[in-house]
Design a protein around this ligand. Structure first.
Ligand code: FES
Length: 113
């Protein structure tokens, strides 16, 4: 495991996705209270940034075609996407948000195009 600093917790507004790139991996960060979820920032349907979408009901909705991905599991709950996006472990150390992008926590394959 290799946690990398992403940003300060104070830079994340509640339920407002933010894109960062860590070790060459695009990551969509979403703050829920004092915790942060991290998903691969590439929709599994087509090449589109999930951080451009909106968060509601525990998921982030892709702004291109509307599939919603669960923030905890990365699984899509609506078409057209049918496969999950990778999720990553996060931790907060002294208000620093850190993410481990070395391995997905849900074993989803990394999207490739
Ligand atoms: S690109 Fe995300 S649902 Fe189509």
């Amino acid at each position: 495991m290799a946690f990398l600093h992403a940003l300060s917790l104070d830079e994340l507004a509640e339920a407002a996705p933010v894109r960062v790139e860590l070790d060459g991996v695009p990551v969509c960060l979403v703050r829920i209270g004092d915790s942060v979820r991290a998903l691969h920032d590439m929709c599994s349907h087509q090449r589109w940034s999930l951080s451009d979408g909106e968060v509601s009901g525990g998921g982030v909705e892709c702004s291109l075609h509307g599939s919603t991905f669960d923030l905890a599991t990365g699984a899509p709950s609506s078409l057209p996407a049918t496969t999950p996006v990778p999720t990553f472990a996060t931790r907060i150390v002294d208000r620093s948000v850190e993410v481990d992008v070395s391995v997905s926590t849900n074993d989803a394959p990394t999207p490739s195009y």
